[in-house]
Design a protein around this ligand. Structure first.
Ligand code: NAP
Length: 417
């Protein structure tokens, strides 16, 4: 594969697809893996995670041919653009990759590069597992009860970028269309207005819900909960729920049962091997994750809800320094932590690289490197249990040794070796 701006390491080979229908992969012993450190603290957590993941691969008889790719500040510095075509193409070509956070200016400035990447790669499921590691301090009494995986639709919703600035003359055309042609007169207050559009499609909803149900079946999870605000936004979030149930009812036979059927026909008794699909309204869900943590397994939801809920779940298991994630498309995985670029800590070798390391663990699992994934995850846990932690956890525990980002990564590598 030839790129104008990137040098592919000679020692590596591409991950290839064996079977398009099942996304089965052929993974060489030394795959080329694109890595994007990202903005802000990405330059701290990126190299730290890289060293830990490399150690995990080595310890299990493999190697990684890293391919540095660029976006955001690093791409502006090198090429004068925010998101080079080669960056997108390299992730698409090599099928797996890992990225740190990218800054998005609030209000003015360029649109989110994260959203652009997800849309251009069509990584439609942002998967965010939240589970508790031993030794991690938490604001709740039973953090070990938290074991949820959020499947967040990644390409549409109000996140999609269809919006007009209050100073843009087009916004008045949109206002006129909505009020005069569509009959919503007197709905929008007079004066300056910003307007956004919230598309929720059958296609986008069904492929996301399918991915969540497939995961629940593969992993032996009990429930998939459709999270929505469909009581108010009936034709978008309500329809997400209805299309979600359609997938559950029409595509899985006895393997999937809805909560209503469970009570109507089985008095609440869940059949062995079956996944129960239910739904909850989003605001209630934000309290349920705290008050009935054990009752939930896999959550399937739209873009904005998914962002809120996974951060809230992350708070229960130690905060954003811990929470991992990955974006999945068809035969494509781009791992990335839940947290952002935390500019105030950038370049200080201070923040916690665990979220980025555990995102790499998700990437390893995707590659089928489950032994390396377990090794890395256990080594992270062992390091935290021994109270050798970064500032965010150190401020919440008695005693312990406060480590830098790179110092924590070194300690994890020692435990791996
Ligand atoms: P943030 O960067 O996630 O930081 C919020 C707070 O979370 C930090 O001040 C820190 O809390 C804690 N935190 C985050 N990462 C941590 C780590 N690795 N270790 C320890 N603590 C960590 O969120 P933000 O300030 O709202 O956003 C900053 C920028 O990031 C924005 O431009 C936003 O658009 C962008 N962003 C990007 C992504 C992405 O690339 N996927 C995701 C979210 C946000 P304390 O100060 O309390 O220690």
């Amino acid at each position: 594969m030839a790129y104008d701006t990137l040098d592919v390491p000679e020692k590596g080979e591409s991950v290839t697809v064996l079977d398009e229908t099942t996304d089965a992969l052929e993974v060489p012993e030394t795959p080329v893996i694109p890595i994007l450190y990202g903005d802000g603290i990405g330059t701290d957590v990126g190299p730290a995670a890289q060293s830990v993941l490399e150690a995990g691969a080595r310890a299990t008889g493999r190697d990684i041919a890293w391919l540095r790719i660029y976006a955001g500040e690093s791409a502006r510095d090198r090429y004068g653009v925010n998101l080079p075509t080669d960056t997108v193409e390299a992730i698409r070509d090599f099928r797996v990759g890992i990225k740190g956070p990218l800054t998005t200016p609030v209000g003015a400035g360029y649109r989110s590069l994260n959203v652009a990447l997800r849309q251009r790669l069509d990584t439609y499921a942002n998967v965010r597992p939240t589970y508790h590691l031993d030794g991690v301090p938490s604001p709740v009494t039973h953090p070990e009860q938290m074991d949820m995986v959020t499947f967040r639709e990644n390409t549409e919703d109000v996140y999609g970028g269809i919006e007009w600035d209050h100073e843009d003359e087009d916004v008045e055309r949109v206002r006129a269309f909505v009020e005069d042609e569509m009959g919503f007169d007197d709905t929008i207050h007079d004066g300056p207005v910003g307007i956004g559009v919230k598309p929720i499609t059958e296609f986008g909803t069904k492929r996301l819900v399918r991915k969540a149900i497939d995961y629940a079946l593969e992993e032996g999870r009990d429930t998939v909960t459709l999270v929505h605000k469909g009581n108010i936004m009936k034709f978008t979030e309500g329809q997400f729920r209805d299309w979600g149930y359609e997938v559950a009812e029409q595509e899985y036979g006895d393997e999937v049962i809805t909560e209503d059927t469970l009570w109507e026909e089985r008095d609440g008794e869940q059949p062995d091997q079956a996944v129960v699909v239910n739904d909850r309204i989003a605001d209630n869900m934000l309290q349920q994750v705290l008050t009935r943590t054990e009752n939930y397994d896999v959550l399937a939801t739209m873009n904005l809800n998914g962002d809120y809920i996974s951060d809230a779940c992350g708070a229960q298991i130690g905060g954003l320094g811990i929470a991992p994630g990955a974006n999945f498309g068809d035969a494509l995985c781009l791992a990335e932590p839940v947290h952002g670029s935390a500019p105030k800590y950038a370049g200080q070798d201070k923040v916690n690289p665990t979220a980025m390391i555990l995102s790499g663990v998700l990437m390893f699992e995707y590659l089928g490197w489950n032994d390396a994934a377990t090794l890395v995850r256990d080594a992270v846990e062992e390091t935290i249990v021994s109270k050798r932690v970064t500032y965010d956890l150190h401020r919440q525990i008695d005693g312990g040794e406060k480590l830098s980002t790179s110092g924590f990564a070194d300690a994890v590598v020692e435990n791996i070796e």
